[in-house]
Design a protein around this ligand. Structure first.
Ligand SMILES: C[S@@+](CC[C@H](N)C(=O)[O-])C[C@H]1O[C@@H](n2cnc3c(N)ncnc32)[C@H](O)[C@@H]1O
Length: 293
């Protein structure tokens, strides 16, 4: 799976020459802005790529040059931040991506949590931080709903799903996916949790209302203030921090540790690690960490 800024360079190159050019001064401003606001460290070599990605955004805003775009960011950084982040980062995701994490939940963590919490109203909280278009939190909701049914539990169970990108969040809220996007879901789960469209909705599938009940979708920049206080049983922050610089990762993982109880779990993406960054956690499986006492 590609990561943030994992686009193919051909896209950027194709766009060059068909619009305004991103000057060195504007590129340096954008690099500083994106690092400060999103934690994403854009290398010098991303110049053309950023130009290609932002041309579409300039057109959508009716701007004729990058200086005006930078001016807009200076004037009202918060208003444009989500759109900028969407333009330069990738939202690539999939249902049951990195399936071993779901296997651990099903075989070990959910049975244990549900065994420990038998009283009606006991809480269970999972956070999908950087949820993109919703496949991750809805897949989590499937395994959670199945475990709740199996244990006949009436827990207060919720999955918080947050992202910075307005477009990604809109797709997540709609919860409607082309059939090829649900290929990662087993046939049995598809039958149980995905509602196939007919007529004008042919070729689409919508998530079951039970999954919508379990998932709360909210905009959130991981670098800004967080309204929630936790505690969470597990945080999924997978394939989000790949291009974050070291100090940003250190701050973020320290904040995650504050929202997890001792023994709480942090799941990272396949190419991410806490090695040399944070020692609040111990590695207990493939990119799975548990908070130390
Ligand atoms: C590649 S997707 C990963 C989606 C999912 N977690 C997965 O592993 O399949 C990365 C997501 O992180 C989000 N993201 C990047 N920087 C962020 C930030 N500072 N705050 C919140 N979300 C951010 C992006 O908008 C994007 O949707």
């Amino acid at each position: 799976m590609s990561a943030v800024l994992g686009m193919c360079d051909g896209e950027a190159v194709a766009a060059v020459g068909s619009g305004p050019t991103l000057g060195q001064a504007e590129f340096q401003f954008l690099r500083g802005f994106v690092l400060q606001q999103c934690g994403i460290a854009l290398g010098e070599h991303k110049h053309q790529l950023v130009q290609g990605r932002l041309l579409r955004r300039l057109r959508a805003l009716g701007l004729t040059n990058f200086a005006s775009y930078c001016e807009l960011l200076r004037r009202d950084p918060d208003a444009e931040l989500g759109e900028l982040a969407s333009a330069i980062s990738t939202n690539v995701t999939a249902f049951f991506r990195e399936a071993h994490h779901y296997d651990l939940l099903v075989s070990e963590l959910l049975p244990r949590w549900l065994q420990e919490r038998r009283r009606e109203g006991d809480r269970l909280r999972i956070w999908s931080a950087g949820c993109s278009t919703g496949e991750e939190p809805y897949a989590l909701a499937m395994v959670l709903a199945e475990a709740l049914e199996q244990h006949s539990c009436k827990l207060d169970a919720k999955i918080l799903a947050t992202d910075l990108s307005p477009q990604a969040l809109e797709t997540a809220r709609q919860g409607v996916y082309p059939l090829e996007r649900i290929a990662g879901i087993s046939a049995e789960r598809c039958r149980r949790w995905m509602l196939r469209g007919a007529g004008e909705y042919e070729g689409l599938a919508s998530v079951h209302p039970r999954l919508r009940e379990l998932v709360s979708i909210q905009p959130l920049n991981l670098l800004h203030e967080w309204p929630m206080r936790g505690p969470f049983d597990a945080i999924f922050c997978r394939n989000v921090v790949i291009y974050f610089d070291q100090p940003t990762k250190q701050r973020l993982f320290r904040r995650y540790a504050e929202l997890l109880p001792v023994g709480g779990y942090l799941f990272l993406g396949h190419s991410e690690s806490l090695h040399g960054i944070n020692d609040d956690f111990e590695l207990i499986g493939r990119t799975v960490y548990r908070k130390r006492a």
